[in-house]
Structure formats: C-alpha cells, structure tokens
Design a protein around this ligand. Sequence first.
Ligand code: GLV
Ligand code: MN
Ligand code: MN
Length: 407
Amino acid sequence: MPEPTTATGGLLAAIAGTGRDAVRGGYSRPVFSTAERDLVSWYEAELTARGLEPEIDRNGIVWAWWNPAGLPLEGAVVTGSHLDSVPGGGAFDGPLGLASALRALDLLRGRGVEPARPLGLAVFPEEEGSRFGVACLGSRLLTGAVTAERALNLTDPDGNTFADVARRAGLDPAGFGRDEEALARIGTFVELHVEQGRGLVDLDAPVAVASSILGHGRWRFSVHGQGNHAGTTLLDDRRDPLLAASRVVVAVREVAAANPGARATVGRLQPVPGGTNVIASRVDLWLDVRHPDDAVTAAVVAEISRRAVELAAGEGCTVQVREESLSPTVDFDPALARRLGATLGGVPALATGAGHDAGVLAAHVPTAMLFTRNPTGVSHSPEEFCTDDDAEAGSVALADVLADLLR
Ligand code: GLV
Ligand code: MN
Ligand code: MN
C-alpha cells in the first residue's frame, strides 16, 4: 500500500486493513460486526487523542463534542457519517466523512477558530441497512422515522434480532427510540461523503454541495412454490419459485426502462433452502427502486408487484410483497446549500441517487452535504476511490464550511 500523502489520507490508511472482504475484495463491515466495532474503537481513540470524550447514546450513535467555551449543546453544528459498509464495499463510503471530520477539527484548531457554538462529531450505525434491511436505521431511530419496536424485531440473515445483537454490543434495547434531547442538540447537520457517481469527474472539480437525494425504497418479494426433487420431478410438474423469481428480475428491468429516470435493482436473491439438487420452496428477492418523483416510485413498485403476481401464477407460485423502507426525495435546505456554495467560492451543486443519514435528518433540522470526487465514479464496490489530494481538499472544504457555521 502506498504511503499516504495527506493527513486525511493518513487517517484512512490506519483502517485500510480492517474488515477486508476475502471473496469480493473491498470491505464487509456490517453493523455490530467485529470489523465495524473495531472501526468505532479506532474512531473513539482518534477523538480521545484530540481531547474529546466520545459517548454512545441509547440508539447506538457515537457523539463527541468540541466545545472549548463549555456552551449549552442545544443548536450545535454537527458533522458525521457512518462506519458500516455494504458487503464488499469501498473504503470511502462512510469512513471518508468521518476522517474528514477529524481532519477538519484539526484544521479549525490550527486556524485558531473559537467556536461560538459547539461542534459535534457523530457516527450513525447501520446506515447501509446491509445487516438488518432498513437503511439509516440509527438516524431513523433518533428521529422516530422507525419505531423502536419495529427496529428491535428486525433480523439479520442469520436470524439474530436487532435487539439481541444490540444487547451483545452493550446497548440496552429498552433505550431505543426517538431522542428529543439528542435531536435538539443538532442545530445544523453537515455530512461529507465520497461522491458515488461521475458528477465531479465530468465537472473536473474536487468538491460539490449536494442539492437533493433521489427518493428510494426497498421491498421484499417472497415467491412461494413447491420444494421438490431435481431428478424425479418432471418439468411440467414443477412449481419452481426460482424460475418465477428470475422472470420477476427481468420484469424489474423492463418496468424501470419504461419509466424515464427510474432505477430499479435486484441485488440480493435467496433461494430457500438453496441446494443444487433441490427445487426451492421459496425465493426471497429484494427490490430497490429510486426516482425523483415519489409518485413514480410508487407506480413502478405497483407495476412490478402486479407483474410479479402474474409471472408467479404462470409458474404455479404465489408472491408476497412487503415494504421494508421508504425515503421520499429530499431537497436540501436551499439557503444552507447556497451558504455552503458561497463559502466555498461557488463549487458545483450535485444531486445524488444514494441515500444518507443526512437525508433522514433533513426532515428535522437544516441539513447539507458535501461530496468529494470519486475518480472511478463507482461505489458499493471495491473500485470506489478518492485520491489523497481530493480527500484533503474535501476536509479543507468541510473545515471552511464548519468555520462559517460555527461563527
Ligand atoms: C446507500 O448508500 C444507498 O444509497 O442505498
Ligand atoms: Mn454512505
Ligand atoms: Mn453506501
């Protein structure tokens, strides 16, 4: 691994070996796994080394405050992101925002900034929803967008409940749920994130301010058929849910293509029980749909569901559809976005198709995002990238923005 050439690069280099995915490459750091908890420990140590006192709140969110004047925390400026990853994800989705937050704090102190409001640094758990299925679970719990009861009963692919896993991580399930006190402390939220598309590459710029997040959601389709023997069951006698599910996957693409601007994906499909010589009894597949117009998202899901029922019936199967999460399109606070843009000398504004905790918080507090260039334009993949120089430019931009907001 090359030596880091910038301070932000150096922070990221310290965690480059944590949570490597031996199968896909990249990183698998599901929430509350050893890898993700190691990253939380690393972050806490970095905060402590800066004289801050990290605390984990009742929703599993890590907070630390730079508050040299000992001011009340209500209405503070908060920056943060996440440390969990998708399976086989990149090194920057989440950790870049947190390394940049540390670096921005160092820059602010180095510049002799005296904050008129406290600065909070926050780490949100289960942003990706890659373990328990609901993206941005930590910020949804904080804001009450998901109830504690629902969250605690979510299960991971091994059947562990969120309640049990959280308990094993030292959290009390009775404490989960909307947290008015924690929300009141966030006067303004700013999340820096690696860009997950080619916007900044095409604009030849290292940093942008976010304008909006595409509405998006997740649905679980369970296709039920008849489990049977691969050798003794004639083709005409089969009710094979995997065949029906395969037709549904093709329909997903067709329905998305018929709705300009729609993105629809099946990235996870699980035959039950999953044996080479076994016709499956059931197939679960997970659908991700995104569109700027929430009504179109709903229409796309309705059409896919209608076609799924029809296609399944054609194979003698049935389908059950359950919504797992839904996030409307977010337009970030335009005045705050303009303020960030002006502070940074007129950097571009970019919309994104990726979800973020900032999108959940935007419904409750003035919220903004910064994006740092990703030269590959690829994300949720080992190919995701950010040069050390761009990572440092992002940290400097974050410091500039925070210095302005902390006045
Ligand atoms: C998270 O990165 C998402 O957009 O699903
Ligand atoms: Mn992310
Ligand atoms: Mn992500």
